[in-house]
Design a protein around this ligand. Structure first.
Ligand SMILES: *Cc1c(COP(=O)(O)O)cnc(C)c1O
Length: 378
């Protein structure tokens, strides 16, 4: 009788592929092992037979992929004796840092941009007991301050400039290849600070490259030899989508006043700039941009047609993919994975805007409710 082993998070599952000591005390909330869902209804409208999957990272413990990186970064920080974390955040990093700090019994300080953080993310940081500092500036200002501060105060920075973050995030690529039993042709994701596209390329490269192959230039060193298995031959093309108001990879340089409804990718000066370019060019992929309207329409479509609720930034990956499938840039017959980076419940205000006119008030009688239903059943 084979017993299933209880799943206890990605560090325990992939420990041999992570730069952590064997006997380290793991700080985990059971992150990873998120569903890879095949889209059924949306592809039918495309006129192209692509196999389209979404990796629903919104189902991580704090509702975004940031938990994959945070379990490794916090495990490492605690093993080095750290007693406090710090990050700049558009919201999800602070939610994740706050939760993992609580789990580890250490302090978290989070810098968020003035008034531009989704309500659910702020609620998480507060509930998990982080010290929340709202700065009169944007994410890029916060990032600059945090990097300077980490040199002057005994705090561990847990933004994706911390290489342990990307080590954890690379495991999403492992899961996808295991589940599909092949490498996708394309992997599409929203790009903000550009850590996640880099981490996925690291993960795919570790699977595809042997110890004697030249390494990828998109590898953030962290004092350890990269794990290389060479168990597959292919790697996907990496495609990064940005919001038009916040698209430094399309503009060829930093954007000083980034603006978009997709607050998670409202970043003008991506920290993993060179690595993300390396991932894109080595893989034969590209960057493209979406308007806020396209992003919101796709967020709604995923919720309405597939039952999958993601936050606006996440929908950028699917919005861009659908456009590139329609244009033929992504060829018919391709297998495509899109990362849905965060859960839709993170940003209830945006959902509320969508919902205008969606709620009708009727009398509390069976007749009134029956009339309201019958009108919509035909
Ligand atoms: C952090 C985040 C992103 C951007 O990821 P990067 O690694 O900064 O490029 C996209 N979507 C959501 C929901 C996020 O939380």
């Amino acid at each position: 009788m084979p017993f299933r082993t209880r799943y206890t998070g990605l560090v325990n599952k992939y420990h041999d592929r992570l730069p952590l000591a064997d006997d380290v005390r793991v700080v985990s909330l059971g992150e990873g092992a998120t569903p890879l869902i095949r889209l059924n209804n949306i592809p039918r409208t495309l006129g192209s037979n692509v196999d389209l999957y979404v990796k629903y990272e919104g189902l991580n413990p704090t509702g975004s992929f940031k938990d994959r990186g945070m379990t490794v970064a916090v495990t490492h920080a605690v093993s080095e004796g750290s007693e406090a974390l710090i990050c700049a955040s558009t919201g999800n990093t602070s939610a994740s840092a706050a939760a993992y700090a609580a789990r580890a019994g250490i302090k978290a300080f989070v810098l968020i941009p003035d008034g531009k953080i989704a309500l659910g993310k702020l609620a998480q940081a507060i509930m998990h007991g982080a010290t929340v500092l709202q700065i009169r500036g944007n994410f890029d200002d916060g990032m600059r301050i945090v990097k300077e501060l980490a040199e002057q105060a005994p705090v561990s920075i847990v933004n994706s400039v911390n290489p342990y973050r990307l080590q954890g995030q690379k495991t999403a690529a492992f899961e996808i290849v295991e589940e599909l039993e092949r490498v996708p042709d394309y992997h599409c994701l929203p790009v903000g600070n550009a850590g996640n596209i880099t981490a996925h390329w690291m993960g795919y490269s570790e699977l595809a490259l042997g110890p004697h192959d030249p390494p990828t230039a998109a590898y953030l060193p962290c004092g350890h030899r990269p794990f290389h298995s060479g168990v597959v031959r292919e790697r996907p093309r990496m495609v990064g989508y940005q919001a038009s108001g916040s698209a430094p990879f399309l503009r060829g340089g930093a954007v000083s006043e980034p603006e978009t409804v997709a607050t998670a990718i409202r970043i003008g000066n991506p920290q993993s700039w060179d690595y993300a370019w390396a991932a894109s060019s080595e893989s034969g992929g590209w960057f493209d941009e979406l308007t806020d309207e396209e992003i919101l329409a796709t967020q709604r479509m995923l919720a309405d047609h597939e039952g999958i609720f993601c936050e606006p930034a996440s929908a950028a990956s699917v919005a861009g993919t659908l456009r590139d499938v329609r244009s033929g840039r992504i060829e018919a017959g391709s297998t495509v994975v899109c990362t849905l980076t965060g859960h839709g419940l993170k940003d209830p205000d945006v959902a509320k805007q969508h919902a205008d006119g969606a709620v009708s008030t009727v009398d509390a009688t069976t007749g009134a409710v029956k009339d309201a239903i019958l009108g919509r059943l035909s």
